[in-house]
Structures are given as C-alpha cells and as structure tokens.
Design a protein around this ligand. Sequence first.
Ligand SMILES: [Zn+2]
Length: 137
Amino acid sequence: MSLAERPRPQVDRDSVPWWEAVRRHELLVQKCGGCGTLRFPPRAICGRCRARESGWVPIEGTGRVASWIVCHQVFMRAFADEVPYAVLHVRLDDAEDLFMYGDLTEGDPAEVTAGMPVEAVFTDVDEDLTLVRWRPR
Ligand SMILES: [Zn+2]
C-alpha cells in the first residue's frame, strides 16, 4: 500500500503552521512569547509560563534517539508491508526537553540504540502531505 493510501495525520488549529512548514521542507517549533521555551508538539498555551503568545523558529532537525519501539505486529493493515518498523522519540539538539517523533526511514530497526544520532528527512507523500521521518547520521 502506498503512503498516499494510508491513514493521514490529523491537522488541528495549533499544528497548521507546522504542517505548512514541513510541506516546504522546513522544520519549525513554537517559541513561547513569554519565557522563550521551545516546544513541540504545537499547542495554544505554554506549559511552563502559561503565556498564550508564541512564534515559530527554525530548528536544525538533528537529535538523538531517546526512546523507540519496533513494531513487529500488524496493528493496521495499511502498514502490513512495513513491519518490522521503528518509531523513534528523538531528543532534539536545539533545546533540553524538546522532542519530536517519527519513523526510521533508513537503516535496520534492530540496530537502533539509545543516543543514536539521527536527522530529520522529509517525505513528500502527495501534493497535500509531507511527513517528517528520521535516518541515522
Ligand atoms: Zn512560556
């Protein structure tokens, strides 16, 4: 099954700018207008200072694997031809406690290790959707 036929991410009010940037192959995170904390995923209110003001800033798109799972079981038929695949929780290099997630698009899922350096890659699914995935660096 092609990527375009699979279930699609649900874009919400707070994540629209992020998805638009990803479409342009740019990786952004929110920066709090009150305390300057970088945050992901996007949300309306800062979890640290509760400010509602925020902007968007570019990030490097590099990080290290903080945690991961390797799916061997077919939980969704749409992904049956992908197993086994790894889903990574990546600690970004840009700030402490800033994480992003996505699947490993290159390399062997069995060789993922804690602290493994990775970088974001953009996969254009179709004219409306681009996904952020990760590969070893
Ligand atoms: Zn804040």
